[in-house]
Design a protein around this ligand. Structure first.
Ligand code: SIN
Length: 300
């Protein structure tokens, strides 16, 4: 449908509703629920150079209006992604995907991205410098402008595809980190990743998560995400993908009014595997009700 089309770093996509990394596997897992080709694209589970088992369990905790996760970047490693996951995905999805990448040094990010850059089905590389659940990687690169720029530059040197840098809200000044990424060669930004939080079991008096802390996502974080997207999109010239707590067509439009060119939907997929499909189906009638002809007009 023409009125839902958006452009992401020079690549047109059919609509702005993108399942977020870590909530949609490698795509084919959701193809048994619906035809995932109705999505414009989606972001794959975060991939690292080597396979990772992830953090000890329990690594999920429920919260009012959201959830905590401390998954710890469990994934089969980039070689298995290229040899097994992407060929399986190709059988059910015909469009370019966003490859989400994590690492523990700028060189490691760059090496993983260079491998994925060669894959035809990879349209964008999403550099995750915002995972709060691992020591010495992820988040550690997203909390200062210098560290964020060092990863972005290292990846830029080894890749040709558009780079999206995924930012953390767990900083004093997200705008300075965003600007550093833009200067270092990012083509777009995605924000926000989860907010660091914890829960305590009243009976054991111990943290619920084995890793003590985890990342909060879900409807509770939407206002924080809107604030960050509003601030960042006014301070950079590259497109921003807004995410954090979106669970309805109205939330999609609110995020785009804040300045996002597209949105990602995360926790909602874990509550309802049909969430993205249903939000997409509702979007045109909500746009009609609000007098919005096309999504492009939200950015003019
Ligand atoms: C995880 O695997 O721990 C979640 C990924 C993230 O928060 O970036």
């Amino acid at each position: 449908m023409e009125r839902l089309k958006v452009n992401l770093c020079g690549i047109p996509i059919d609509n702005p509703v993108i399942p977020a990394s870590g909530t949609f596997g490698y795509g084919y897992e959701f193809a048994r629920f619906y035809d995932i080709n109705l999505l414009g694209t989606f972001s794959c589970k975060g991939t690292t150079l080597e396979p990772r088992f992830g953090n000890p369990t329990p690594r999920i905790a429920e919260c009012p209006d959201g959830m905590l996760n401390s998954v710890g970047l469990q994934n089969p490693g980039v070689r298995a992604v290229v040899e097994e996951e992407l060929p399986r995905l190709r059988q059910v999805f015909r469009k370019p995907i966003i490859a989400n990448v994590s690492g523990f040094s700028p060189e490691e990010y760059a090496e993983t991205c260079a491998i994925l850059d060669r894959e035809e089905q990879v349209g964008w590389l999403e550099i995750n410098i915002s995972c709060p659940n691992v020591q010495g990687g992820g988040h550690a690169f997203g909390t200062t402008p210098e560290a964020a720029a060092s990863v972005t530059k290292a990846v830029r040197k080894r890749t040709t595809k558009p780079i999206l840098v995924k930012l953390t809200p767990n900083v004093t000044d997200i705008v300075s980190v965003a600007q550093a990424c833009e200067e270092a060669g990012a083509d777009g930004l995605s924000l926000i990743n989860t907010l660091l939080g914890m829960r305590i079991d009243l009976r054991t008096r111990r943290p619920v998560l084995a890793n003590t802390f985890g990342g909060l996502s879900g409807p509770a974080v939407l206002p924080v995400a809107l604030r960050c997207v509003y601030q960042v999109s006014r301070a950079v010239r590259i497109p921003v993908i807004g995410m954090g707590g979106i669970s309805s067509a109205e939330d999609v439009l609110e995020m785009m009014m804040a300045g996002a060119s597209a949105v990602q939907i995360g926790a909602a997929n874990l509550v309802n595997p049909l969430a993205c499909k249903e939000i997409l189906e509702q979007l045109p009638s909500v746009m009609d009700r609000l007098g919005i002809q096309s999504l492009y007009e939200l950015h003019s």
